[in-house]
Design a protein around this ligand. Structure first.
Ligand code: ZN
Length: 88
């Protein structure tokens, strides 16, 4: 039997216990490794959101489609961002 540390109260818990006997927090993996694919998707989405926000600010108040394209980038960026976050 090995002892793990509770992620909430940092008291030792048995690796066979399903929750912490001290604070009742359900046992979670302490450092869950994220898959490279979900991280890549999340970063791609974040980059699109950031680029879209920059374009919206840069194009605000001027004629043309810069702000509109920025808005589309921003919205489109949420899709891979959210998929990447929900993968694991
Ligand atoms: Zn605890």
């Amino acid at each position: 039997m090995a002892l793990l540390k509770c992620v909430d109260c940092e008291q030792p818990i048995s690796d066979r216990a399903s929750k912490c006997p001290h604070c009742g927090a359900p046992k979670r993996a302490q450092h869950r490794k994220r898959s490279a694919r979900s991280l890549a998707l999340e970063r791609l989405g974040f980059a699109l959101i950031a680029l879209g926000a920059v374009l919206m600010v840069a194009g605000a108040g001027s004629e043309g489609n810069v702000a509109r394209v920025g808005g589309l980038f921003l919205l489109a960026g949420f899709i891979p961002f959210l998929i990447g976050r929900s993968l694991d």
